[in-house]
Design a protein around this ligand. Structure first.
Ligand SMILES: Cc1cc2nc3c(=O)[nH]c(=O)nc-3n(C[C@H](O)[C@H](O)[C@H](O)COP(=O)(O)OP(=O)(O)OC[C@H]3O[C@@H](n4cnc5c(N)ncnc54)[C@H](O)[C@@H]3O)c2cc1C
Ligand SMILES: *[C@@H]1O[C@H](CO)[C@@H](O)[C@H](O)[C@H]1NC(C)=O
Ligand SMILES: *[C@@H]1O[C@H](CO)[C@@H](O)[C@H](O)[C@H]1NC(C)=O
Length: 506
């Protein structure tokens, strides 16, 4: 059954507006004005789904002081643009796929490359061109751990895929916990509340396998060890699947495309405060509206909205919104911190000796070097990357030639560190990110999706796992939730047992 749900979802059923088949009750007037704070993939996807839910008459304003795209960003080096933030998308990320179709964008397939693992002194594993060779090496070192890991990730993914069916039928959830529970029941809540290490040891994986294979994957994807939560860990492991892709021209094109498609207005300003205002209508009734204060190039201004979505993390260093006058109070910063990742792009030539390769550097052909969780390890990963637009006739340069390398580290690289890693370089560029939550387990409850009556918050989903698709799922969930709450339709909010109930529908 799980497989067939997934197959049907893949057939594209998921995006067909099945809900329109049911004749709805008389609805009140749609909202007049909606604000979205932040134009990353989360905020722009929210604008897109809001247009779908509330129709053409509502005015949607999206506030963004920086570049549209947020953590999806590119940087020019050596004449081409390269991704510096979120870069790879899983083949089963159906919202991202749907956006591409809708916006007429195309996929840029991740050119095949090989992976190696570096323990801080030498290369301890190097992928071969031959599948059979890799398979046998893995089997030799780790028995069936490797195959079992793929099956374990697949089983998590199968449950994860249920969200697309729920959303297609219009179901929404008021908290991250309820959303996780709807997808994978108690097992997902447990997974989110224990470390990946605990979860995998319990499943019978070996500690060696965790140290040598799993840790390098969590380090490249979340810059953290196997002690991140099991759910984030499963998402990280899915990020090591084959068939990953990116958006031709740069991932942030999805964000500008979604803004355009949703006919939202982009207001280039930073929101400073959000508060509630009572308004007297002509008929003598009072209605409450949200006042959004913002500062842009032309100074301070404010506007009133029926509904507001905050699509940026409310955490130290990420944003500084204040919510004066709410009771109970809404904090500017929720507990928990974001993890720093520094992306350094280097157009140059790698020093193979740094990787402990002294003889025959041309024989080393890996394009992705992952690292184990060794003490004093400076880098999280090192990858030779392709530009966001592949020029005609382009092929990835061999590891020993000049190329563009992307280094992830938790601290900026010093000149000495760069000099040890590279024999020579033309140019470098550094981008510092507060990239994703610092995951720990057992965890505290994620912040709420609903901050106040019609004030919604998108980013709590990142405390389950941070990825473009997670923000898109949260955007769809909140657009549905806001719609159902506006029109008082509780039947599609926080329903239990959806998986069993919807079985008959297929
Ligand atoms: C180095 C790195 C690598 C990653 N790799 C991957 C990957 O391979 N695959 C993947 O799926 N994900 C990856 N991610 C995660 C992914 O990029 C994020 O989960 C996703 O982009 C988050 O989108 P968002 O819209 O929710 O938040 P953001 O992109 O952070 O958007 C929030 C926006 O709000 C704006 N803002 C902040 N304060 C205010 C204010 N006061 N007023 C108005 N606007 C405000 C910000 O400027 C920002 O543009 C990676 C992230 C990083 C940093
Ligand atoms: C290359 O790396 C080795 C080992 O870390 C180091 O001793 C050497 O100085 C580096 N070479 C250059 C040219 O930087
Ligand atoms: C996580 O597990 C701990 C015990 O290990 C428990 O006390 C806590 O309530 C759980 N948290 C959530 C959010 O489920």
């Amino acid at each position: 059954m799980m497989i067939s749900v997934r197959a049907l979802v893949l057939l594209g059923l998921c995006q067909v507006g099945r809900r329109s088949l049911a004749s709805g009750p008389e609805l009140r007037d749609p909202p007049k004005r909606i604000a979205v704070v932040g134009a990353g993939i989360g905020g722009t996807a929210t604008a897109y789904f809001l247009r779908q839910e509330f129709g053409s008459s509502v005015k949607i304003d999206v506030f963004e002081p920086g570049t549209v795209g947020g953590r999806l960003a590119t940087q020019n080096i050596g004449g081409y643009e390269y991704e510096t933030g979120g870069s790879l998308i899983h083949p089963l990320n159906l919202h991202m796929k749907h956006f591409l179709d809708k916006l007429g964008l195309s996929q840029r397939t991740n050119l095949p490359g090989k992976m190696a693992i570096f323990d801080g002194k030498e290369i301890v594993f190097e992928e071969s061109d031959w599948f059979v060779v890799n398979f046998l090496r893995m089997l030799w070192h780790y028995g069936f751990n490797f195959l079992r890991m793929q099956m374990w990730v697949e089983s998590v993914l199968d449950k994860f895929m249920r969200i697309y069916q729920y959303q297609q039928y219009g179901y929404s959830f008021t908290s991250v916990e309820k959303l996780l529970h709807a997808m994978g029941g108690d097992s997902f809540l447990t997974l989110a509340n224990q470390t990946l290490e605990e979860a995998m040891l319990e499943e019978g994986f070996s500690q060696n396998f965790l140290n040598d294979v799993v840790a390098p994957i969590t380090r490249v994807n979340y810059g953290q060890s196997v002690r991140i939560s099991g759910f984030a860990g499963a998402v990280a492991l899915a990020g090591a699947d084959s068939g990953l892709w990116a958006v031709d021209g740069g991932n942030k094109k999805v964000c500008s495309g979604l803004l355009y498609h949703s006919k939202a207005e982009l207001i280039q300003a930073r929101v400073t405060t959000i508060s509630v205002k009572q308004r007297q209508s002509k008929a003598g009734t009072t209605a409450s509206l949200y006042e959004v204060n913002y500062v842009g190039d032309s100074g301070n201004a404010h506007s009133l909205y029926d509904i507001v979505f905050v699509a940026t993390p409310l955490h130290q260093g990420k944003s500084d919104l204040a919510f004066p006058g709410f009771s109970p109070p809404i904090p500017s910063h929720f507990p928990g911190r974001y993890h720093q990742i520094v992306t350094t792009l280097v157009h140059g030539r790698l020093n193979m000796s740094y990787l402990g390769i002294s003889e025959n550097p041309d024989a080393f052909t890996a394009s992705d070097v992952l690292t184990t969780d060794a003490k004093g390890s400076v880098i999280n990963s090192l990858s030779s990357i392709d530009p966001v637009i592949i020029p005609p006739g382009y092929s990835s340069p061999p590891a020993s030639a000049d190329s563009v390398w992307k280094v992830f580290s938790s601290q900026p690289l010093s000149q000495e560190q760069l000099q040890g890693m590279f024999l020579s370089w033309d140019s470098t560029a550094e981008v510092k990110w507060l990239a994703y939550p610092h995951y720990s387990a057992p965890r505290r409850a994620a912040p709420p999706f609903i901050l106040h009556d019609r004030l919604y918050y998108l980013s709590p989903v990142e405390w389950a796992a941070s990825a473009m698709e997670m923000s898109a799922i949260s955007a769809r969930n909140l657009a549905l939730l806001a719609h159902h709450r506006w029109h008082s339709l509780p039947g599609r909010v926080d329903q239990e047992d959806l998986h069993t109930r919807l079985r008959g529908e297929l």
